[in-house]
Design a protein around this ligand. Structure first.
Ligand code: SF4
Ligand code: ZN
Length: 169
């Protein structure tokens, strides 16, 4: 059996409106349409109160989105939306569209780290084909042998394609 809705929800203007997404409106027009419905809703106050009371962190409730409810909650001492990421984190910037200084900086740092990570990944750590014998400690690695490049160690000369075949012929 489905759980029963609170009585006020049976009178909600958004009831049955599956054509608009109150959780994550897909466009400014859809967001405006949701807010217009809320503006004319008979149970707007109950709706907002319920969201504030439970720290609801998603969607439009009582005509206010999560950020607006957070500001209201902070101002009036309500429980803060529980799962909203903190300011100064990239999810707060990217997913919740906070543009405060802390979140902007977190996003910049995140993007910088992501680009650096990608740069490291695209440089393939492929082995070097030795063009000529190289001494490694006490032993020699012969021409044609594969060697893994080591960070901070000068790369030995690498054989050009076909070079070793030509010298062997
Ligand atoms: S205020 Fe908005 S979200 Fe809340 S019940 Fe009314 S129409 Fe639905
Ligand atoms: Zn922020």
């Amino acid at each position: 059996m489905l759980p029963r809705l609170p009585e006020w929800q049976t009178r909600a203007a958004c009831k049955g409106r599956v054509d608009v997404d109150f959780i994550e409106p897909k466009s400014p027009a859809e967001d405006a349409e949701c807010r217009a419905l809320c503006a004319g809703c008979r149970v707007r106050e109950q709706c907002l109160a319920a969201a504030l009371a439970t720290g609801e962190a998603w969607g439009l409730w009582g005509g206010l989105d999560a950020e607006e409810r957070l500001r209201l909650a902070e101002r009036d001492g309500h429980e803060l939306p529980a799962v909203l990421p903190a300011h100064g984190t990239n999810p707060r910037y990217a997913k919740h569209r906070c543009r405060c200084d802390l979140c902007r900086k977190a996003h910049t740092d995140y993007e910088r780290a992501r680009r650096a990570h990608r740069r490291v990944r695209v440089e393939p750590w492929s082995p070097i084909v030795l063009a000529e014998p190289v001494r490694i400690g006490r032993v020699w690695a012969g021409a044609g042998q594969l060697l893994l490049p080591l960070p901070g160690v000068p790369r030995p000369r690498e054989a050009e394609p076909g070079e070793l075949l030509a010298s062997a012929a």
